[in-house]
Each structure stands twice: as C-alpha cells, then as structure tokens.
Design a protein around this ligand. Structure first.
Ligand code: N01
Length: 541
C-alpha cells in the first residue's frame, strides 16, 4: 500500500534514557499530558510514531476530514490565553486547521523539546524489582520511566480488510487514516472507495467532484445527518471568547460532553405532531443535535428509536433521485445511533451524479483485489486508485499492538483478548503505573481527554506527596468495572449491531463493549469520587 509509515530513527544500541514519565502519543491527550506533568516538575519524554504531532489530526488528512464536534468545544479549555488567542474559522473545523491548532499549542507551550517524532513504541515491559517500565522503540532505542501514559487514541490502529490479492493491485492504494501529506491527484481517475462510515461520508462528496468516475462499495448504509457547517463570523467569535467559561461549565455537566443534551421527555409520550415538529427542529440544527439533543430514550427504547429512524430514512429518500439507489442507502438493519452517526455535507447528493456508482457488497460481495481493480461476485471493476475507508481496530488495537508486559510478565494483549479490562478505563490490574489516557467515553473527545489527563496528573502528584511509588487497581475493582461497563451498554441499543463500539468490525475480535456508555458527567464524578476516597479501588504502595 502506498504511503508507508515513516522510518524510526536509527538504533542507539546500549544506551538507556531515564525519565520520570514516558507518554506514548503526541495527539490531543499526549500534548496536554506532557504540559501537566512538566508542571509537576517531572522529566518527561513523548514518543510519537508520526513525523509530526497531532495524532488523529496528523494522520487523517483525507479530503473532507473535519470535526463533527463544534470547534469551540473541541479546543482545549485549560488556558484562557489560548482560548482568547485562537480563532476557529469554521464551526466544524477541517483537518488542516486542526493540525495547525495543535502545532500552535505545541509551540506556545514549548512542548516540542520533549517530543521525539518518528518513534513507534514496540514494547513496554514492567520491571517489578526496580518498579520501572522499560520502553523499546521499533528502531531499538530504549528508555525507562516510573510512569507510562498511553495516550495512543482510540481510533489510531487502522484496519485494512484482508482481501485476497490486496498487494497485487497495480494502481495506487490509500487507507484514509494514512493519507499522504503531499496532494494525491485524483483528477480524471477511476477511483474506488471501500466503506461508508463517517470517514467515507466526509470524503465521498469531495472526491466525487474531482474524479472521472467513483465507485463506492457499501456493506452497511448509515444514518447520515447534515453537519450544517459554516464560517464563524467575527461576532460569533467574540461571543465564543466572552462565554468560554460558561460553555465549559455546561459541557462538563451534560451527559454527552457536548453543548447538546438529551431532551428529558420520552419520545413516545410526546404527541406525534409535536414530536415530528421537534425532529424537524433538531434536523435543522448543526452538529449532533439530532442525536444528542433528541429524546432521552432514543438510545434505550427501540420503539422511540425506530420512530426517529423512520424520520431519517425519509430524509435520505428525499435527497436521492434514483429510488433504487435511495433504498440501498437507507439503513434498515440497525437502530439509529447504534453506529456512530456520520455527519455529512452533500453526501447523498453525490449519488445523484452521473459519475458515481454505488455497489452493495451484501448483494455482490468483494471476492478479491486484482491487479486491475476489485472483483465482486458479479463482475470485475477496473480502477486507477483504491481508497480503503475501512476504519480502525478501535480502543484495544492501539494498545494490544504494543507488546506490553506487566507483573509476572503478563501480556496485556492476552489479558485483553476478550475486551478491555480496566478500572475506570484508567488502569488495568497487574500493570502498575501504566495509565490509559485515551478517551473511552461516548463523549466529546477533548472534554473527556482533559478529564483523564487531569485525573492522572492529580494521581501522580498525590503519590509523590504521600511517598507512594506504585498504583494499580485491585482485581475486584476491575471485575466490577468491566461488569458495570457491560451493564450500562446492555441497557442501550448498542448491542443490536456490529460496530467498532463493540469491536465487531474486526473479524475474530471478541465482541465486547469498548466504550463506557454512561453519562459523561457521571463518569467524571465516578473518577473524582475514587480519588477523593484516597484512590478507592486502587492499591497504592
Ligand atoms: O470507520 P467505520 P470510519 N468489506 O468503522 C466498511 C470517527 N470519525 O473510519 O459498516 C466491505 O465507521 C464498514 O462496513 P460495515 C468516528 O468516531 C470521526 O468511517 O462494517 N466494507 C464501514 O462502512 C467514526 O465512527 C470523524 O458493514 C468493509 C467502513 O468500512 C470512527 O472514526 C470523521 C469491510 C468502516 O467504517 C470510524 O469511522 C471520521 C469489508 N471487508 C471518523 N470492512 C469526525 O468527524 C469494513 N468495511 C471527527
């Protein structure tokens, strides 16, 4: 596949660098974690796989990539100066701007001097006697630290389906999450996109305008909802800046971590006419209002969910001219919100273009990739470019791809074989001083990430003040948390389909809820309460 990973630096055999803390990943979490640990006076090194910083916003540079969270809620909340300096240009900011923002933060807070780029962590092994983690990079370089913070993201391990013949294709192939930094010229080319998740939904309308012909291979249609992006006016900019404190207070209190919050009423208790009028109102709003501002039982009551799903299906039908194509694009096999809702701009209109073809791979499965293109059950399609928008080995993948060994040489990958095993999504028993700082909640990413980083920082500060050197959860606390995560998800409609939320997008991956689906505000409180009770559920030594 084109655009191979950047090379890690040459091996510095023998030498071992020592730090108080090692952070894996220089994305949204990793950058903030570095800033906070430095404030504690720790020596810190960040190892980042990419050639640049930004994590998700470094790697995902495919055409159309942008926030689905409102820009002003995605920016960091912890520096008033930063909040006042930075102008978001669009309500849902695009990847180039988001990458610029994170680079601006890195420069403003002088973070780069502790970040080592092109440094992919291969293993992290806990030495019990020394109470230290030994980290090794792909290139052989080694470093030791008391604390390791895995800020590896939840959607960073790309997934490419193991199609037969994948390497035989003679044209160009790209995975959306490893899109080249230099412009990919698609003009006049025959292009395939495999996948119709949130990524493909952003990419397809843009690419469709550029290429000679686009063929989209769809396995499951999604409930895509209009993003309704627009430029931020100078007046809106002033309003953001004047109201950041109020906004941040609110998004820490909502169930979603967004400005949106669920309507306290139950859908089917609202008279039909009023309910439909409310749906229209929500539909007209930007962002996730139609999902996270909907009636409170939409994610737990199948009748309520189906009522709104039918509303969305009609919205899709109204936008696609060919009724046969429209029906293929209408999801019927899973509830609304059971897969993350892709927010789109002119997605459905792309299928009204003469140069766009939709292939339903449930009707005609992909059999193999050939030197010329893609062979389905019915025919062989020829392409110049194949784009894999096939998602990620989410949440567990970025961690289990590193060889992490805890107490007694226990393998993290083996321990997590049946799904994530943590207490509070923050630590795993038997892996002392290893903190997981990637947002596992169904919540605005930065809001939750900041909460985790602050919890970890406070925990390390507490340990240093009280002269503790090791922290890990008790197996009992972990057992309880795993059951609690499952119970929370079981109350919802999330188990009704195969999504990355359940790890079910990866063949062979054990189906288990990967996200904590309780309210974001409750999660915050649970973490804070454990800390306030002297880190209840953890063993400190
Ligand atoms: O990945 P996905 P994504 N044959 O897993 C298909 C975040 N995000 O990168 O649904 C044929 O959702 C697969 O089909 P199916 C957001 O959280 C945020 O799009 O499994 N098709 C699906 O259509 C999102 O949820 C933004 O049947 C195959 C697609 O590939 C998450 O990232 C933007 C296949 C994968 O969809 C992941 O989104 C973009 C096969 N063998 C993403 N295997 C923002 O706006 C897989 N597929 C911030």
């Amino acid at each position: 596949m084109a655009n191979a990973l950047p090379q890690t630096p040459a091996t510095n055999a023998g030498a071992i660098d020592n730090f108080d803390a090692i952070i894996i990943g220089a994305g949204v979490c990793g950058l903030y974690q570095l800033y906070r640990l430095r404030q504690l006076g720790l020596s810190v090194r960040v190892f980042e796989d990419g050639e640049g910083i930004g994590g998700t916003w470094y790697w995902n540079r495919y055409p159309g990539c942008r926030f689905d969270s409102e820009s002003e809620t995605y920016g960091y909340s912890w520096s008033e100066e930063l909040l006042q300096e930075w102008d978001w240009k669009e309500h849902f900011s695009g990847q180039p701007e988001n990458e610029r923002y994170l680079n601006y933060v890195a420069d403003k807070f002088d973070l780069r001097r502790d970040i080592q780029l092109n440094s992919r962590v291969k293993s992290a092994v806990y030495n019990e006697q020394a109470n230290l983690w030994e980290v090794q990079l792909e290139g052989g370089q080694r470093a030791r630290a008391q604390y390791v913070i895995a800020a590896v993201g939840v959607l960073s391990a790309r997934y490419v389906p193991p199609f037969e013949g994948i390497d035989s294709f003679k044209g160009e192939s790209y995975h959306t999450s490893r899109w080249p930094r230099e412009k990919v010229n698609l003009a006049g080319k025959r292009v395939a996109v495999i996948g119709t998740g949130a990524t493909a939904v952003q990419l397809i309308p843009i690419v469709a305008k550029e290429v000679a012909h686009l063929t989209v291979f769809q396995r499951t249609p999604n409930y895509c909802a209009p993003l309704r992006n627009s430029l931020v006016t100078p007046e809106e900019q002033r309003t953001f800046k004047a109201n950041y404190a109020t906004m941040h207070k609110r998004i820490r209190e909502t169930a979603t971590g967004f400005m949106h919050d669920f309507d306290p009423r139950k859908a089917m208790e609202v008279p039909k006419a009023e309910r439909l009028a409310r749906y229209e109102e929500l539909w007209a709003q930007p962002g996730f209002a139609k999902w996270l501002g909907n009636y409170r039982d939409i994610m737990v009551n199948r009748e309520a969910n189906e009522d709104f799903a039918e509303f969305v299906r009609d919205k899709i039908r109204a936008r696609v001219k060919d009724p046969v194509v429209a029906e293929k694009l209408v999801p019927k096999d899973h509830p609304f919100g059971a897969k993350r809702i892709p927010l789109e701009t002119q997605y459905y209109e792309a299928y009204n273009r003469d140069n766009v073809l939709l292939v339903d791979v449930r009707e005609s499965p992909i059999e193999r990739i050939t030197p010329k293109g893609i062979k389905t059950k019915d025919k062989e399609y020829e392409f110049d470019v194949i784009i894999y928008a096939t998602g990620f080995d989410a949440v567990t993948g970025p961690l289990t791809r590193i060889d992490i060994r805890g107490e007694g040489g226990q393998s993290f990958k083996e321990k997590w074989a049946d799904g994530p095993r943590t207490y509070l999504c923050l630590q795993s028993a038997g892996f002392p001083n290893l903190f997981l700082a990637s947002n596992p909640a169904l919540c605005n990413y930065t809001v939750c990430a900041e909460m985790l980083v602050e919890w970890i920082t406070d925990c390390i500060r507490y340990m240093r003040e009280k002269h503790f050197t090791r922290i890990a959860p008790t197996p009992q606390a972990e057992e309880g948390w795993v059951a609690h995560m499952d119970a929370c998800a079981s109350r919802t409609i999330l188990y009704d389909t195969n999504s990355w939320f359940m790890g079910a997008n990866i063949p062979g991956k054990k189906r288990a809820i990967l996200l904590y689906t309780n309210s974001a505000a409750t999660y915050r409180k649970e973490c804070q309460d454990a800390a306030a009770k002297g880190y209840e559920g953890f063993v400190l030594r």
